[in-house]
Structures are given as structure tokens and as C-alpha cells.
Design a protein around this ligand. Structure first.
Ligand code: 13P
Length: 256
């Protein structure tokens, strides 16, 4: 039995709560009978309204970030149990925009992963190299460090709840997509690193998604690659029609 397929939308800082509800109203009839796992990572302000709406559908709603602290005097932060109560079932952690623009380190992302698991929120850990790191042939070294630091101390029984998203920084929002061989190599390496941490059997269960300039015309060829279990989509997820086309392409893929 092959791993399931995931189509995850990352709206980033787009859409008000009202726009979010309109979006879900348009998307949900199109994906009603899907076996693909359709996840929406929405701004904090839309989690509650979208999750109430999505209850009747196959959608899961999540956040794009959370605090590493349990609770306390952390002005402007949002805790994982608050997300859970608002209806989030998953959270993106370590997105390159968080790392680059907000200074998140591997250690901080590690604390967030532990916290999310404790509060029963499924973490989607984002990793990936910059253009410079790829040019210096450091891709494997960089992604290994990101995975190993973020996922250390995680009990094997929790590991199967993780999702990994390989997003080369140079492919995000640029229209530049790595070759199939680059994607396959990176995903295979991610699985090897997961195997070293949790054992091969558990590593085989962890979905590894690809992200970076995914659109309806390239999604099928990407998700058909070995060790690719779905996509994390930014720009092309903002329009429900286009995102539903991506989901439909995922539906056509037969898992080996
Ligand atoms: P794009 O799909 O716009 O390249 O963004 C990818 C991304 O950052 C998803 O998390």
C-alpha cells in the first residue's frame, strides 16, 4: 500500500476571513469525493471560520506558524493549543520565509515541532537549500542539518505523524523548478536521513512533499516521482479554481 498524497495550500499573508470563506465555498464542491488529502494553511485570522466551514468537507485547516512557548508574556505570539481550539489540525514549521525574514533557527524550529506534537497538531517541517548552497554542492549537508536538528528527541511513535516538505528556496515564487532528477535525489536523501533518525520502516511512512513554483501543468510530473508524496503550493493555491486543478492532477496519480 503506497503512501497517501497531499495537496497543501500555503496562502501566506493573503485573504481576509471573509475571502477565505468564499474560497472554501468555491473549492469544496470541486473536491468533494477526493482521496487526496487537501490541506489549507491559512492566516491565523481565518482558521476559526474556515475550519467551521470545512467540517463538512474533506479539507483540513492549519496554521503557517506558531510559538515555541506553551503560553505566557509573548506579545504577538500564538500558542499551539490556541490553534488547536480554533480548529487547526496541522502547522507549517520552518518555512524559508520564517527562517530568512524572521530569523528562525533550526533550534527554534525544533522546539516548535516538539510543542506541536505535544498539543496534537501535525507539523509540516519545511526544509530546503538556497541557490548559493546548491551551487556550492551543499544541498544534502544543509537539508540533513535542518532535518536532524528539527527532529531530534522525537519519539519514534510520534515520527509517523510528521510531514516533511522539501522546498528549495530558489524555486519559491520564482517559476524555476528543479529537474526531476534533482527532486528525486533530494527526496531520497531526506528519506535516508529520516531512516537514520527513526529507522527505515518509520521513514517509509513519513510523507515528503515538494514545494516551489508548483502549478497545474507541472504537478503530475512532480508527484509521479519516486519519494514525492504531494505538493506544498504558494501562489497557485490562491485561486480555488487553479488549486482544484492541482488537486485533480493529484487524484489521477496511481500510487505504486
Ligand atoms: P510558490 O508555490 O509560490 O513558489 O510558493 C511555494 C511555497 O512557499 C509554499 O510554501
Amino acid at each position: 500500500m503506497g503512501r497517501e498524497i497531499y495537496a497543501v495550500a500555503n496562502w501566506k499573508m493573503y485573504k481576509t476571513a471573509r475571502e477565505a470563506t468564499d474560497y472554501v465555498e468555491k473549492l469544496s464542491p470541486k473536491i468533494q469525493y477526493c482521496k487526496t488529502n487537501v490541506y489549507l494553511a491559512v492566516p491565523f485570522t481565518s482558521i476559526f471560520s474556515v475550519s467551521a466551514f470545512a467540517k463538512e468537507t474533506c479539507l483540513s485547516v492549519g496554521a503557517q506558524n506558531m510559538s515555541d512557548a506553551k503560553e505566557g508574556a509573548f506579545t504577538g505570539e500564538v500558542a499551539s493549543f490556541m490553534l488547536k481550539e480554533a480548529g487547526a489540525s496541522f502547522v507549517l514549521l520552518g518555512h524559508s520565509e520564517r527562517r530568512v525574514l524572521f530569523g528562525e533557527t533550526n533550534e527554534c524550529i525544533h522546539r516548535k515541532v516538539l510543542r506541536a506534537l505535544q498539543d496534537d497538531i501535525r507539523p509540516i517541517l519545511c526544509i530546503g537549500e538556497t541557490k548559493k548552497e546548491r551551487d556550492e554542492s551543499r544541498t544534502e549537508e544543509v537539508i540533513e542539518e535542518e532535518i536532524v536538528v528539527a527532529l531530534s528527541e522525537i519519539p519514534k511513535e510520534d515520527a509517523a505523524r510528521l510531514i516533511l516538505a522539501y522546498e528549495p528556496v530558489w524555486a519559491i515564487g520564482t517559476g524555476a523548478v528543479p529537474t526531476s532528477s534533482m527532486i528525486e535525489k533530494a527526496h531520497a536523501y531526506c528519506r535516508t536521513v529520516l531512516g537514520k533518525l527513526f529507522g527505515q520502516k518509520t521513514a517509509e511512512k513519513i510523507p515528503i512533499l515538494y514545494g516551489g513554483s508548483v502549478k497545474p501543468s507541472n504537478v503530475e510530473s512532480i508527484v509521479s516521482l519516486k519519494d514525492v508524496d504531494g505538493v506544498l503550493v504558494g501562489g497557485a493555491s490562491l485561486d480555488p479554481e487553479i488549486f482544484s486543478q492541482i488537486v485533480m492532477e493529484c487524484e489521477r496519480i496511481e500510487r505504486k
